[in-house]
Design a protein around this ligand. Sequence first.
Ligand code: ST9
Ligand code: ZN
Ligand code: ZN
Length: 333
Amino acid sequence: TRNGGAGMEKAPSNQEDLGGDRGMTDDIFDESYCEKKGPKPAKRYVWRNIVLMSLLHLGGLYGLWLIPAAKPVTLAWGFLCFLLSALGVTAGAHRLWSHRSYKAGLPLRIFLAIANSMAFQNDIYEWARDHRVHHKFSETDADPHNATRGFFFSHVGWLLVRKHPDVIEKGRKLDLADLKADKVVMFQRRFYKLSVVAMCFLFPTLVPWCFWGESLRNSFFLPAILRYVVVLNATWLVNSAAHMFGNRPYDQNINPRENRFVTFGALGEGFHNYHHTFPYDYSSSEFGWHYNFTTAFIDLMCLLGLASDRKKVSKETILARKIRTGDGSHKSG
Ligand code: ST9
Ligand code: ZN
Ligand code: ZN
């Protein structure tokens, strides 16, 4: 089967247990879904998005061009903004809210929601809903960024056309009660536009301009625009490159792969064969802090008492799974 017979694993404690423990299981691949037969619905372009995305990327290129003219401290600030907004996606929208792979107290959730608005990748609720449907119906019509439709579609193309109706139909059946019950998530959703203007554009621009006299042009095009474009593309590479290039040590029957290059840019989110095999693992990898800034961040938060209940798959379960469904690449290191 496509999922490498995940059913066999249910008895010895793996998916069901951890899933139930998280209060949701809607990120586990659903083998029973079949794509509808017949011709696919025609692509409907969303020209507003096409124009805005193109302008944004032109702005990013202009930002690249401005780098030599910027103060070093502005570049350092841009990097810090990159880390913050990336954590809002990796530790926040992804590992906490989409997969419930650990628990976070109110202060950390507020921090992650603010950082998430800085990343401007749709609000947490919408992001987590689309992401659960991506795991549950991976590489089918009901997957928002179905990688079988090619590199460009899974990278950014999916944000430039109307969704396949199955994405919406299947998405409406997901259990999102945990998200609806989270006041931080609902608050961010309610004030999303305002929070994006403030956190993704104003805050990164105003700090260099006010505090060390950077030009307004450099302040806007580097820490705001270029940084935003880099975070977007680093994220999208998980959907495109990490669904196409790399080894499959855990499950060779699925598309997602281990991609070191993506892992590096995405703060530890490129161990994607592992992640689709064990989506509830808070580390999204079996190698701890190795190439995984997000895991180090979550561990630090636990140390400080701001987070708890990290879900981790045991070494034995991982090894058994590698032997049963992996491509054998783990043997060569
Ligand atoms: C962005 C998101 O970039 C990136 C996400 C990447 C995910 C990556 C995952 C990889 C793993 C994690 C790695 C992290 C690494 C991070 C590294 C960092 C360094 N279920 O949406 P509409 C409903 S965003 C249920 O308009 P259209 C919806 O509620 C970038 N329902 O669909 C609505 O219902 P109602 C910035 C759903 O018209 C109705 O359907 N943002 C679902 O087809 C219509 O919804 C943009 O560019 C669902 N799944 O339009 C904007 N989906 O009317 C992007 C929808 O009742 N979005 N519904 O409220 C859009 O403009 C539009 O969504 C669209 C589709 C044009 C794409
Ligand atoms: Zn994926
Ligand atoms: Zn995921």
